[in-house]
Write a new protein. Structure first.
Length: 303
């Protein structure tokens, strides 16, 4: 795990050095002047990134409630947000923080919470695939976009229901009735809106830059960069997501002197900002679990 972080930050250093090289070798004064007049978009980008996180937290809480784990309260929201404290863990290991938090709060046993987190990951993956399908279809025909997204979502839930029979009796089993419910489709919709907010934040940041990046290209580019970063196993996609974002902007013909500024601004708003907030949520969650343990220990014995 230590070496994975070293490798990730080394890759980030290489990507950053390349971005600085491109920035210095281009018309950097023009780029700085352009961004000086665009500082007003930064609060919008941060607000959209916050909406992305809020929707992801809400969707996760909804899944946990479906598994019988009480999540819709302040402590549940903090336990869900605490996952962001582990964004620099490799291979999505930060996802273990949320079920541990709910278990510590006495909301459910750890096995049930881990099952809920597995279902959350599955629905999150399905939602981004549905969004990508919808965006690709939208590029061909506007009316085809929502239909394609819905078809992928429903098909994915049907596949989950079918797979649940094969996995019955294993630790990966999810009840078949979980998949084929309107509320499950609703969770996928919330997760898709979360991904959409993430992509729109990226588009707001690049809108108006030379190269003429459109909203569909920006949302697709940001989603694919995040997916590649997750698949790579790099802690938080550090270095990988940044590199793919820069490469996608280069492919969209954004001048090189803008690349480092765009990637830096977007990753600060959508990634780095949430790590300290996640640590605060984690501390509050553990404090709540400690208070709960104290209350249980101090409770009088029944007569």
């Amino acid at each position: 795990m230590h070496w994975s972080r070293v490798a990730a930050f080394a890759l980030l250093g290489v990507v950053t050095a390349y971005g600085i090289y491109q920035f210095a070798g281009g018309e950097w004064r023009v780029a700085l002047e352009s961004w000086r007049g665009r500082l007003g978009v930064l609060p919008v980008v941060v607000a959209l990134a916050a909406l992305d996180v809020a929707l992801e937290v809400f969707a996760a809480m909804w899944v946990y409630e479906r598994f019988g784990v009480r999540a819709f309260d302040v402590r549940g929201a903090l336990a869900s947000l605490a996952m962001r404290a582990g964004l620099l863990l490799p291979a999505q290991l930060n996802r273990l923080i949320r079920p541990d938090g709910f278990a510590r709060l006495g909301r459910g046993d750890l096995t049930r919470c881990l099952e809920a987190e597995g279902a959350t990951l599955a629905l999150d993956t399905l939602s981004v695939l549905a969004l990508i399908a919808g965006l690709v279809a939208f590029g061909w025909s506007g009316v085809a976009g929502p239909a394609a997204a819905l078809a992928v979502a429903v098909g994915g839930l049907a596949a989950g229901r079918f797979a649940s029979g094969w996995l019955e009796g294993t630790r990966f089993a999810v009840p078949a009735e979980f998949w084929w419910r309107p509320s499950t489709l609703g969770i996928v919709g919330v997760e898709a809106c979360s991904w959409l907010s993430y992509g729109v934040a990226f588009w707001v940041l690049v809108r108006g830059l030379p190269g003429g990046v459109g909203p569909v290209e920006a949302i697709l580019g940001s989603a694919l960069a995040s997916i590649v970063g997750s698949i790579s196993g790099s802690p938080g996609g550090v270095g990988v997501t940044d590199g793919v974002l820069g490469a996608s902007l280069h492919w969209m013909q954004v001048p090189p002197e803008h690349l480092a500024l765009v990637v830096l601004g977007f990753r600060l708003a959508s990634f780095w900002l949430w790590i300290p907030l996640g640590w605060i949520a984690l501390a509050l969650t553990r404090r709540g679990s400690a208070e709960l343990s104290f209350e249980v220990a101090a409770a009088p014995e029944p007569l």
